[in-house]
Ligand binder design. Sequence first.
Ligand SMILES: C[S@@+](CC[C@H](N)C(=O)[O-])C[C@H]1O[C@@H](n2cnc3c(N)ncnc32)[C@H](O)[C@@H]1O
Length: 215
Amino acid sequence: MKLRDASFRNAALAVCGFVLALAGLGAQQRDPAEYARFLENRDRVERMEVRRVVEALGLTPGQLVVDLGSGSGLFTRALARAVAPTGTAYAVDIDPALLTIVETSAKRSSIKNLTTVLAAPDDPKLPQTVDLIFICDTFHHLPDKPAYARTLYRYVKPGGRVAVIDFTNDWPGGHDAMRYTADDLEGWMTAAGFLRDQSFDFPKNSFYITYKKPQ
Ligand SMILES: C[S@@+](CC[C@H](N)C(=O)[O-])C[C@H]1O[C@@H](n2cnc3c(N)ncnc32)[C@H](O)[C@@H]1O
C-alpha cells in the first residue's frame, strides 16, 4: 500500500503538528502515551529502517552512545543492543514523561544497559563524553543550531561521532519555521570543528549524515 512511504510519515507528523498547533500545545503538554504510539506505529517503524540505520553505524560492545531526542526510545533500544553488554545507551529528551515510557519499554525488552537523561532545551546534560550522539528527526527542534553543534562537540570524545537523520525536501506540515537543509547542517557542524564522515541514502525522504570529531 502506498501509505507505507514518505507520505505516511509526513501525513502522520503533519496531523500531529497541526493538532498541537491548533491546541497551542508544546512538547510538555502533548499526551506522551499517544505520542509514543505515533512514533512507534508500524508504518513509521518500517519506514525508518531502524535496524539498517543502527547497523550502518558499526557500533561495538562497550561504546557509550546517546539518542538525543529519544522520544519513545525506538532507536535507543536498538543502540543499546548494539553496544551491549558493556556499553551504555543514553536516552536523552526534554520530556520527562517520554523518558518514563523509554524506561518501561527497555524493561519490557529486558534491556539493562539503557539510562535516561533529562535534557535542557539547549544542553543534553550528559554525565560524560561519549562515542556517538545519534539524532533522528530532532535536530530541527534544537534552538540556536550553530551553538548546539558546538555543545555537541564538547560532549563527543576525540574520534567520536554525531549522526543526524532529518527530513529532506518533503517536510511535514507545521514544520515550516524549523526547516533546514543538509547544507545548513554541514555549515554548523564544520564551524563547530567536526569533519564530514559518512552519508547514506536511506531512510526515505531523509538525509542521514555522520560527522567525526578529530582525534
Ligand atoms: C519527532 S521526535 C523523534 C523521536 C525519536 N528520535 C525517533 O525518531 O523516534 C522528537 C523528539 O525530540 C525531543 N526534543 C525536542 N526538543 C529537544 C531538545 N532541545 N533537546 C532534546 N530533545 C528534544 C522531543 O521531546 C521528541 O521526543
